[in-house]
Design a protein around this ligand. Structure first.
Ligand SMILES: Nc1ncnc2c1ncn2[C@@H]1O[C@H](COP(=O)(O)OP(=O)(O)OP(=O)(O)O)[C@@H](O)[C@H]1O
Length: 241
């Protein structure tokens, strides 16, 4: 479970996140939806202790990320594709992460197989395609077999096969009872992947509901989003920022 409580984050005069509160529950994929610049990445970075909130807090399984012992066993994250030491092999990158969290080396082989990188495990990651880098990022997120997953735009740059793979993987992880929180600015993608939606615009909560309810009488998720965003003065103000 992830609890976001009255979270705000400012960068100078920019209000990236503005009094956001919501809870992400286990057992289903929760989509985090909003246009570019809505504050999704900032919220996710704050969840993982990479950004300090201006106000409010985020709790993961009841604790602040920074206080979690062996955090890879508590929460797996995919934030920035490409944040890998290019000179290392996929295997050594994961082994290095595993050692830092007392995760046994055999788990490295398991996650490499899980993401379909077993045959390229010995190659340096410098030559990896974006799809392979994303798969490696997912492998790192799954390394500690964590009950909570935070994935920022995991389908970005993937080919259709990769998109389908991630979609099914996320659904499978949620079906195992994990908390899966995944951001996207692609509404069509969220409609296919998520059961629940947290929708933000200009750092503020626009909706926290099931996909079914959110779409409601609208023809599509896009239309539903425009309906909610268009009715929200804060969103319009944010759009001009
Ligand atoms: N380190 C930073 N310094 C200054 N401003 C920032 C910083 N990080 C984010 N912002 C600003 O905060 C706002 C929210 O950005 P954020 O990246 O969280 O949005 P997002 O919803 O993830 O967008 P995208 O889909 O483009 O990644 C934007 O106006 C952005 O320019």
């Amino acid at each position: 479970m992830i609890e976001v409580r009255s979270l705000s984050k400012r960068y100078g005069s920019t209000v990236a996140v503005d009094g956001l509160s919501f809870t992400v529950r286990p057992g289903l994929v929760t989509g985090f939806l909003g246009p570019n610049g809505a504050g999704k990445s900032t919220t996710m970075r704050t969840m993982l202790g990479l950004d300090r909130p201006t106000a409010g807090e985020v709790l993961i399984g009841g604790a602040h990320y920074r206080r979690l012992p062996e955090p890879l066993r508590r929460v797996g994250a995919l934030l920035e594709a490409g944040a890998v030491h290019g000179g290392r092999s996929a295997y050594h990158h994961l082994l290095w992460l595993a050692r830092s969290n007392r995760i046994p080396a055999r788990r490295v082989r398991e996650v490499l197989e899980l993401v379909g990188l077993e045959s390229t495990a010995a190659k340096r990651t410098r030559g990896f395609s974006l799809g392979m880098v994303q798969r490696l990022g997912i492998a790192a997120a799954l390394l500690g077999d964590p009950p909570v997953l935070v994935l920022d735009e995991p389908v970005n740059g993937l080919d259709p096969e990769g998109v389908l793979w991630i979609r099914n993987l996320m659904k499978g992880l949620a079906a195992e009872g994990r908390t899966v929180f995944v951001s996207s600015h692609l509404m069509s993608e969220m409609a296919l992947t998520a059961e629940h939606l947290v929708v933000i615009g200009a750092g503020r909560l626009l909706a926290d509901t099931t996909v079914r309810e959110f779409v409601g009488g609208s023809a599509s998720l896009e239309e539903a989003f425009m309906r909610v965003a268009g009715n929200t003065a804060e969103y319009r103000a944010g759009g001009r920022r």
